[in-house]
Design a protein around this ligand. Structure first.
Ligand code: COA
Length: 638
């Protein structure tokens, strides 16, 4: 059997592919960043994403299939791969086309990934595609505290926007290499627009008349709020507070026909409703105002009461979906790239449309906003000296047709809300420091703990994905790291086997982590398998050649059928990153590390009877404790 990655690693030692530096730790935050720079200038100097050699990808692919497909399936796939990559075959032809595409575009993979994962994906954005960041709980419990907090959040976003616009946002580095900063220019003044076959993303930040307003939604009613004074300065916190108060006072009742709920529909239904909606001029103008706005601010109503220990879970649900149609799910515009959500009881955070930017980029903004809120805490809000124009309400004419869509959206939203199983664990027994002291990669260790937890729960291994950043390349997004490998499978199978000695288990853990680090190196250096194979298959479709068997094969289907999708999105301010599972049968797991603890947010769907987020979290806690105990009992030799 081909085991190119494992063999290379074992024979040559811990080599990082393609000259990668050994540590690939990520994202120095704004405050900690090394260089302040004009990032659009720096942008042109970034390397473009390479196309991996075809033979390398084919061999790597077969090695990754080993722990997740049956022997017979692997045998058949090997034949198909051989046929695909043979000299003068279809694989070579597609590879040449892909290399040509790579020469002629900024990033050959990003367009495909956006098409595959987002634009042509018809599932609702809420829970299924958008991601969230839950801020640490603030100490207010009333409307006034909510409005003050919202004003401070908006002011901080506007400060951050100035850095984006002036290109003074410090360039981030990963493993000593500068990262692409383009996503920052996409996160504000942008919106996803539903389309009949595929959606589009519109960006207004660089237009000749860039937006100067945000939209605020309160009691499911939308308002336009200009956030710059006539001299071009952003409104102060005091000014924003007064304007938000005026919005709240003029919308005391919940809107009976809430258009915002339409953005929770699946994209086919929403695109049809959208076409119907924009036939009316007033509706069209209101939609355009929302879409062009810098961001949407959601001033939420109450949420169901939660005990203190369940606070994180309830806050996570509020940020991810708003609780259902009778709570805050209509108090949203899920197509908007950035929504600031501020609850009445001290819960707040971001809901983000993932197509414009990655979770780590949004988290930098979240950390900035939290630091800014914590820095300035004005005791008293002063009335602005110059009276400001009253924020205008956005009107919608609701036809019977749209009313039908709204009712449909309420029902489907309630099903989505009831279906999401979300649990948070703050694992405070140890964090990054203990692992680094053990000379262990914290990320690789956590990934192996996740593998062990899954195996203990299901007595099997599953295809698992970890997000790796491709932002050291121009226009780079994310690549897949395969956490389930033959080495990880050997480790998890041995861990609870009483016949195995501890030294043997430590040795297997060591090997599994080395393979994981190697896979990480491959992913962040642009040598991942998934993106390459998807690129080749999409080119086959574009060039209208019959789809090669290797892409219709059961193994390829299993390869992409991730039952565990994981991502490290570390926050410096204690924000919780959250995402919903991409597949009905899968788990999503986001985690954030500090020196002393690790926070996990696990999601699943209740309709998948064999999945249970609370149980997986419990098993994971035990796995992390048992693995540390193993290291304590049998220290590593190197
Ligand atoms: N001994 C001692 N220290 C070690 C070590 C070892 N063997 N291996 C790693 N470390 C250190 C690193 O130097 C780093 O130190 P730092 O905290 O001072 O920076 C730290 O441990 C963390 O390293 P590690 O846990 O190995 O992970 P990483 O930082 O290399 O991150 C990924 C790995 C995959 C998470 C990262 O490369 C990445 O791509 N993150 C982005 C994910 C993303 O985009 N998510 C959003 C998707 S929308």
């Amino acid at each position: 059997m081909l085991r190119i990655c494992t063999r290379t690693m074992v024979n040559v030692g811990m080599l990082y592919p393609y000259g990668l530096v050994k540590s690939c730790h990520l994202v120095k935050s704004v405050s900690a960043s090394l260089v302040t720079g004009r990032y659009f200038t720096h942008q042109t100097g970034l390397p473009s994403l390479p196309v991996p050699p075809l033979q390398q990808t084919c061999e790597y692919y077969l090695s990754l299939l080993e722990p997740i497909v049956e022997m017979e399936e692997l045998k058949r796939t090997k034949e198909l791969v051989e046929e695909f990559q043979k000299a003068g075959g279809v694989g070579e032809r597609l590879q040449r086309s892909l290399e040509m595409k790579a020469r002629n575009t900024d990033n050959w993979s990003t367009g495909y990934a956006l098409h595959y994962d987002y634009d042509s994906n018809r599932v609702p954005l809420v829970v299924h595609s958008n991601v969230g960041a839950v801020f640490p709980q603030m100490d207010f419990k009333d409307k006034d505290g909510q409005t003050r907090c919202a004003a401070r959040m908006i002011a901080a976003v506007l400060d951050f926007k100035t850095m984006i616009d002036n290109e003074t946002l410090p360039v981030e580095y990963m493993g000593g290499k500068p990262m692409c900063m383009k996503q920052y220019s996409q996160m504000l003044s942008s919106c996803r627009i539903p389309g009949l076959e595929k959606d589009s993303l519109v960006f207004h930040g660089k237009s000749s008349n860039p937006p100067k307003h945000i939209t605020v939604v309160h009691n499911s009613q939308f308002f336009v709020l200009d956030v710059y004074n006539s001299d071009g300065t952003p409104l102060t916190v005091d000014q924003l507070y007064v304007q938000l108060e005026r919005i709240c006072n003029s919308s005391p009742e919940i809107n009976a026909e809430p258009v915002g709920i339409l953005t929770t529909l699946d994209r086919n239904s929403w695109s049809k409703a959208y076409i119907s909606l924009i036939k009316d001029k007033i509706n069209k103008d209101s939609l355009s105002t929302i879409e062009r706005s810098i961001c949407t601010v959601c001033l939420d109503g109450p949420i169901p009461q939660a005990s203190d220990e369940m606070y994180n879970t309830y806050a996570g649900l509020q940020i991810m979906h708003g609780g259902g149609s009778q709570w805050n799910s209509a108090n949203r515009w899920f197509d908007k790239t950035l929504q600031l959500i501020i609850g009445e009881e001290g819960a707040q955070g971001f809901n983000m449309s993932h197509s414009a930017a990655d979770g780590t980029v949004f988290m930098v903004l979240a950390d900035y906003v939290i630091a800014s809120i914590n820095r300035k805490k004005p005791e008293k809000i002063l009335s602005p000296v110059v009276p400001l124009p009253k924020p205008q309400k956005l009107h919608f004419n609701i036809t019977p047709d749209i009313k039908k869509y709204i009712e449909e959206a309420k029902q489907s939203m309630d099903i989505i809300a009831q279906n999401l199983d979300l649990r948070v664990m703050v694992f405070s027994h140890y964090g990054k420091k203990v692992l680094k002291d053990h000379k262990i990669s914290p990320d690789a260790f956590i990934q192996m703990a996740i593998q062990l937890a899954y195996y203990r729960m299901y007595q099997r291994c599953c295809p698992s994905y970890e997000a790796a950043s491709l932002r050291t390349f121009r226009d780079g997004r994310v690549a897949a790291i395969y956490s389930t490998t033959s080495a990880s499978a050997a480790f998890v199978k041995a861990f609870d086997d009483p016949k195995k000695k501890n030294t043997e288990k430590v040795d297997l853990l060591e090997k599994a982590m080395k393979v994981h680090r190697w896979n990480t190196g491959m992913a962040i250096s642009g040598q991942e398998v998934e993106g390459h194979l998807i690129g080749l298959s999409m080119l086959a479709a574009e060039e209208e050649i019959s789809m090669p068997d290797v892409f219709t094969d059961i193994s390829f289907h299993k390869f992409l059928d991730y039952r565990l999708s994981t991502s490290q999105v570390t926050s410096k301010s204690g924000c919780l990153p959250c995402a919903g599972p991409a597949l009905l049968e899968s788990y999503d797991m986001c985690y954030s590390l500090t020196n002393v603890d690790i926070t996990f947010v696990v999601t699943a769907y209740h309709t998948c009877k064999e999945n249970n987020a609370a149980q997986l979290i419990q098993v994971l806690e035990n796995a992390l404790l048992d693995m540390r105990a193993l290291l304590a009992q049998s220290p590593r030799t190197n």
